[in-house]
Ligand binder design. Structure first.
Ligand SMILES: [Mn+2]
Length: 259
């Protein structure tokens, strides 16, 4: 939260009419989850945040699908007096935000999906997360249970790709579990945005891949500047494309690769 506030101060956010887009993982990547969530809620339509894998992990822990792991720091949310309100707000965030000619997701959009298909899939999975049965849906996804319906199978696949993908195989299938830099990815695997069948699409802004780090490639921009590793938080101007990186003002959180 302190690094984010330092970045916002440099952007003169408090005295501007600017809007902020956040690439997700609002929680579990720093020491003040509750403050980040409450701040985003209070900013209302000025802040647009897409869901990341750690946001979904919090929902899965809250729903009882999994226990907190050793590197999880979610207790402040789970014991907050307004926990239910925070979780209800979080599960209603978009998985994909498309506006001003660009698309923002947490991890990526497979090449084999058109942007229209990706948007359609996102709206379907968002409806499941926003609905009354969200907890059962998240438990099913996270505990790798067999999907109960074809729609649920499609939604699980959507969550996996939009919030966890880094590399894919030669057939464009997501490789699970690889967190390292692109240069060390296994033979026959590719960054999701740089596959043999890569083609031009509208620009996609994303985060998640901290070992890729700040990266601007053809049609993509990774904005994860590795704050969790003691590096920084980055902001890219949507209109003028200026890039500002605020060095982390918090202690390095971990060496954990699961960003
Ligand atoms: Mn992530």
């Amino acid at each position: 939260m302190d690094s984010l506030q330092a970045l916002l101060a440099r952007l003169d956010y408090g005295r501007s009419a600017d809007r902020i887009w956040l690439v997700g993982d609002l929680v579990n990547r720093g020491p003040a989850n509750v403050e980040v969530l409450r701040w985003c809620m209070a900013e209302q339509e000025r802040v647009t945040a897409v869901l990341g894998n750690h946001d979904l992990h919090l929902l899965a822990v809250a729903a009882g699908a999994v226990k907190q792991g050793r590197s999880d720091t979610l207790s402040d949310v789970l014991t907050a007096p307004d926990c239910a309100e925070l979780l209800d707000w979080l599960r209603r965030r978009p998985l994909l935000h498309r506006a001003q000619g660009v698309t923002m997701v947490h991890a990526g959009v497979p090449m084999r999906w058109s942007m229209g298909e990706a948007e359609e899939r996102a709206r379907e999975a968002e409806a499941a997360l926003a609905g009354d049965d969200w907890a059962a849906f998240v438990v099913g996804w996270r505990s790798r249970q067999l999907a109960e319906t074809a729609q649920q199978a499609r939604d699980f696949e959507t969550l996996d790709h939009l919030t966890r993908m880094r590399t894919v195989d030669g057939d464009g299938r997501m490789v699970k579990g690889y967190t390292g830099p692109p240069a060390e990815a296994g033979e026959g695997t590719f960054p999701w945005f740089d596959t043999p069948d890569s083609h031009e699409r509208e620009p996609i802004y994303f985060g998640h891949w901290a070992r890729l780090g700040l990266f601007r490639g053809k049609g993509v921009c990774c904005l994860d500047a590795g704050c969790v590793y003691g590096n920084g938080v980055a902001a890219l101007g949507l209109e003028d494309e200026t890039l500002i990186v605020q060095p982390s003002v918090e202690p390095r959180l971990l060496d954990n690769d699961d960003t």
